[in-house]
Ligand binder design. Structure first.
Ligand SMILES: Cc1ncc(COP(=O)(O)O)c(C=O)c1O
Length: 357
């Protein structure tokens, strides 16, 4: 089946995995795809055993963070084979991030082919348990060994895979989120819409402080006035206000355009649930909670799937949402999305790329 050169390993990493406690990002599957950018073009690339490579201390990315990544999943299809969810969207977003970070674009079709082969060669790492999947992590970084702030001349793209369970210890149980009122993640004109390490580095201090106080993640507000809701550390945020799903608009230019976000909005429209993308102030959320207008909040993300928010902490006060229980719209979105991903319900959107195994 291989479109790319394939180098076989003679052992497997499978036996070192505790399949009863997968967690997130703990284990890595046998094979990865690697392509290098040299002399102005991307090499065809090859599938090789997952493993280490050498770097020099002067490698640019270590210093200037010219790096971007993606995250997508392959699911065990209940009728056999595997389902990859919307890899075309990840290919597009990778190239959007590439443009912002002055990294050469990677051909979309080759990206999708490479993802398919990574899934195929690592098919024994796709758990058959509901809620578990094979997380696929593409990453590109500037690999030239030169100092000085300018774009790298050479790059490396790697697509590797990790068998995963739930992102949060809570699973589908509602998470506790703290609204950041001191730190900011991104500002208009910056890198907020790119999936790049710098955004996550900027989020660590606030997230760490929130974690120490018992919160899973931070809800970021806009970086200028700390008034409008942006997104959570690794997911977009949705609120149910008067029965309508409301989510911050991408117009702000500071939010990652989530593929789960886009999918949930399309599923909701398909199911006849009203949706609205607009600016949402934190005051509107708090008053919605006080008046009962706000009935649910949930995060959306590839890793986090649909993650109900049970507690929102703002300026040291905890606000419970829906008595810290999952609400009917969050549950419906979870069931529908998972149903499509695991092939339990029909995919009316053409999102699934199926692989026979
Ligand atoms: C900052 C941030 N926002 C949103 C998301 C959700 O994006 P997606 O649904 O494409 O996984 C992620 C996760 O990838 C993220 O890291």
């Amino acid at each position: 089946m291989s479109k790319f050169k394939f180098i076989k390993r003679n052992d497997t990493r499978k036996d070192s995995i505790d399949w009863s406690k997968l967690g997130f990002g703990q284990y890595f599957a046998d094979y990865m795809y690697v392509s290098n950018y040299k002399d102005g073009s991307w090499e065809e690339g090859e599938i090789v055993p997952y493993g280490t490579f050498e770097i020099e201390p002067s490698m640019m990315t270590l210093h200037y963070s010219q790096t971007i990544f993606e995250g997508l999943k392959a699911y065990n299809n209940v009728g056999g084979g595997a389902n990859i969810f919307r890899p075309d969207m990840n290919a597009k977003r990778l190239n959007h991030s590439a443009e912002l970070l002055v990294i050469p674009e990677f051909p979309e079709e080759r990206f999708i082919e490479a993802v398919k082969e990574v899934v195929y060669y690592n098919s024994e790492f796709i758990s058959k348990n509901e809620g578990e999947s094979l997380y696929i992590r593409p990453v590109i970084f500037g690999s030239s060994n030169i100092l000085g702030v300018h774009p790298s001349k050479e790059y490396k793209l790697i697509i590797f895979a990790s068998p995963v369970g739930s992102y949060y210890d809570e699973g589908l149980n509602p998470v506790k989120i703290k609204v950041a009122d001191r730190y900011v993640r991104a500002v208009r004109g910056g890198l907020g819409t790119a999936k790049t390490g710098a955004n996550y580095a900027a989020s660590l201090k606030g997230a760490n402080e929130a974690k120490k106080e018992g919160y899973s993640q931070v809800l970021w507000l806009d970086g200028v006035s700390l008034t409008f809701v942006d997104e959570v550390g690794s997911m977009n945020i949705m609120f149910v206000l008067d029965g309508e799903i409301v989510t911050p608009s991408l117009e702000s230019g500071t939010i990652l355009p989530g593929i789960t976000r886009d999918s949930v909005l399309k599923i909701a429209k398909h199911l006849g649930i009203k949706t609205c993308e607009r600016t949402v102030s934190i005051e509107e959320i708090l008053s919605g909670l006080a008046t009962g207008k706000l009935s649910e909040a949930f995060g959306t993300g590839t890793a986090a799937t649909i993650s109900p928010v049970g507690i929102l902490n703002y300026k040291n006060t905890d606000h419970a949402i829906n008595h810290s229980e999952i609400g009917p719209i969050s549950q419906k979105m979870y069931d529908t999305l998972m149903g499509i991903q695991y092939g339990k319900i029909e995919d009316p959107f053409g999102w699934i790329i199926h692989i026979d195994l």
